[in-house]
Structure formats: C-alpha cells, structure tokens
Design a protein around this ligand. Structure first.
Ligand code: AMP
Length: 380
C-alpha cells in the first residue's frame, strides 16, 4: 500500500520507520529539500499550495495523511478529491483554530479552560475582564510550542499587549494554576473502533515539551476514564480515523482540555519502545483499515526531548534501557533534534535510573531533578 504524508519532519520520519515492517510504502511532500525524511523515503519538494507538486505527490497513492498540523486546509480538500485523506479535513480545520477547538470541547461538554475570543482590533481590556487576570493571550492560528502566546498578569501587561497586538484574531484564556500537564493519545479505526494509551505526564519549558513520563504516575482510574471519554467524544464527533492527541491541565483533581493535535504527537514518542504497539504503527493501521494494535504500556518510560543540541551517542547508548532517536536535523537553538526514551520495569526503577544519567541530562533546562519530576511553574 502506498501512503502519502504531508510534511517531512521527524513525525513523518517515525511514521515511515513504523510502516516499513508492515510492508507499507511512503512518499512525502515537504517544502524543504532538507526535510529529515529525505534520508529514508522518496519525496516531492514543493510548497503545500503548489498544485503541480500536489498532483505529482498524489499520483498512485492509496491514502494520504499529514504529520504537520498547519498544512493549508485547501491543500487537503484538493487532495481529498483524488485520494482518501485521514484524519478527515474537518479535524485539521478545527485544530488549526484555537477558538473552534475550544468551541468543539464546549459543545461536547468537555471541561476546558475559560476562554473568550478577541476578534481583530477588539478591545482587549473588556475581553480580559470576562476571563479575569492572570490570563493567557494566544493567537488563534499558527501557534505551537508556546509560540504566539503571552501571559498577562497585570493591567499593565494588558496595555503593553494591546499596543503591540498585530492585526489578527486571538483568544484569551484564564491562566490555570494546574498541578500538572497530562495528555492522552487516542486512535480510531475506519470501523469506529477506538483504543487509548495510558495518560502521559508532560513537562514543558518555554512552551516546548522537554520530558514525558508514561504511564503518568499516580493517575486515578476516573481521571484516565475522563480523558478517554473526552477523546472518544472528539473522535466520534469528527468521524475521525487515525491518532489524535489531547493535552489537558490537571487542576483540583479534574481535567481541563487545553488543545488537541490531529496527528501523532511528541508526548507519544515513548510508545515506540514503551507500549505493545507504537502510536506511529497504530496511526498507520487505522488509516489503512488494518486492526488496531494493543496500546498497553510495557513498564514505565521517560521520553526526553533533545532540543538545540544532542549528547554524544556513545554517552546515551551506554545507559541501560536508553533508546536514542536522532532526526538528522541541523542543530539550532530551540529545535527538536531527537529524543531519548529511558525504560524501566516500574516507575520506582525509572526514578533511580534518572539519578545515574550522565551530566548532559542533569542540566536544569531538561527539567530533571533526579526524580524525573520538576517543580511546577505553569507556563514556564
Ligand atoms: P499551548 O500552545 O496551548 O499548548 O501552550 C503551551 C504551554 O503553555 C502549555 O503546555 C502550558 O504549559 C502553558 N499554558 C498554555 N495555556 C495555559 C493556561 N491557560 N494556563 C496556564 N498555562 C498555560
């Protein structure tokens, strides 16, 4: 079966690596001639809006998916006339707009952060009053890894933001004093069957994911159920096929949905070694109409993102149960270059393994304090 993937970054790279053992073939479309998938799969280099490139890309494919959430929706509609596209274009449209995403959560009765819309040139003060301070101002579109968002703590912050606001729509959300951030990776097949991985605990720094612990320690069964119920509702409402991630804040023992990603997700990378079937394989199984694989975790895993720089491979490979993934990208500050998954039989063993990590992993910017957990500083 030939699968086309829009976007040639690390998510596409790991999708192809998971699909080759299943006998699947891949072709990518990416605007950059340096896209990481160039090493492992044929690729069309062209803009997502270039109709000739899209025709060339789509020729002979049986299914198209995307690994990049900001693919123009028109591109996906154009391709959907020629070949099946999963997840459905409506999921992409919803996830690209924070307001629509939040409205979907609200419509489905999924608890979310209190929010309000700030249309272009709207008076920010009155919107902020609706949700109260502190608040988080976010661009409705093209925000990722903490980009396009500002924490507003005082009236002065509101004034500064207002004066500097570019002419584009925003949302304002109530700042949530969460205890921790959790995410669920869910998958839905073509016949409507669903499966869910155990909740993952995520630690961010400057809006970028640094560390995921899976299964998240100390999750009450009703919290896991609430996450699965929320994900199932979204999957069904969108008639979704493929992997979907939803990020939550855990606050006062309850979950508040923050955002969703209609694709495989960074907080699911641990599933490559830490679950019976990886999120990448399950995404492919779903979009190809194959049976879904087990989402059961094998022991406990920690996934550490390598951001801006990578350690010596020899250092990582000397760590028992560490798995190194390098994406073949040029180092640049703030860039996700790879990840390391550390596995153990139990969370206690995982915790003690952290203590023996070499110096590279002990830096404060990896948020590791020797226990795999970090002190909370929401939004930091
Ligand atoms: P997002 O792009 O919405 O995932 O936000 C990036 C990170 O900013 C989140 O993972 C949180 O750490 C933080 N953040 C976003 N929204 C809020 C909020 N309403 N309250 C507190 N922290 C937030």
């Amino acid at each position: 079966m030939s699968i086309g993937i829009l976007g040639g970054g690390q998510l596409g790279y790991m999708l192809a690596l998971a699909g080759y053992p299943l006998g699947l073939r891949f072709r990518f479309l990416d605007p950059s001639p340096e896209a990481p998938v160039g090493r492992i799969a044929p690729r069309v280099t062209g803009d997502f809006t270039d109709r000739a490139a899209l025709e060339k890309f789509a020729h002979g494919l049986e299914v198209v998916t995307y690994e990049f959430e900001n693919v123009p929706v028109d591109t996906v509609h154009f391709l959907a006339k020629k070949v099946s596209v999963f997840p459905p274009p409506r999921a992409l449209e919803t996830a690209q707009d924070r307001l629509r995403e939040k409205e979907l959560f609200e419509k489905l009765g999924i608890a979310t952060t209190e929010f309000a819309s700030v249309p272009v040139a709207y008076d920010l003060d009155s919107t902020v009053k609706k949700v109260g301070l502190p608040a988080v101002l976010k661009t409705r579109r093209m925000g990722y890894d903490g980009k396009g968002q500002w924490v507003l703590r005082t009236a002065e912050d509101v004034k500064i933001a207002k004066d500097g606001l570019p002419k584009q729509p925003f949302t304002v959300e109530r700042f949530v004093p969460f205890t921790r951030e959790l995410s669920v990776i869910a998958v839905r097949g073509k016949a409507g069957e669903t499966a869910f991985y155990p909740l993952v605990e995520n630690h961010h720094r400057n809006g970028i994911l640094r560390l995921s612990l899976a299964p998240a320690p100390g999750v009450a069964p009703e919290i896991q159920k609430a996450a699965e119920d929320a994900a199932r509702q979204v999957l069904e409402a969108l008639n979704y096929v493929g992997v979907l991630a939803i990020e939550f804040f855990e606050c006062d023992g309850k979950l508040l949905a923050n955002e969703m990603a209609p694709r495989v997700h960074n907080s699911g990378h641990w599933t490559i070694e830490g679950a019976v079937t990886s999120q990448f394989e399950n995404h492919l199984r779903a979009i190809c109409g194959l049976p879904l694989g087990s989402t059961t975790a094998i022991g406990a895993s920690a996934m550490i993102n390598l951001i801006g720089e990578v350690p010596e491979s020899v250092q990582v490979l000397a760590i028992p149960s560490a798995h190194l993934h390098l994406y073949g990208k040029e180092p640049r500050p703030g860039r996700k270059l790879g990840h390391v998954t550390l596995r153990a039989a139990s969370f206690e063993q995982l915790t003690s393994r952290f203590l023996s990590l070499p110096g590279f992993f002990q830096r404060p910017d990896f948020c590791l304090d020797g226990t795999g957990r970090k002190s909370k500083s929401p939004g930091a």
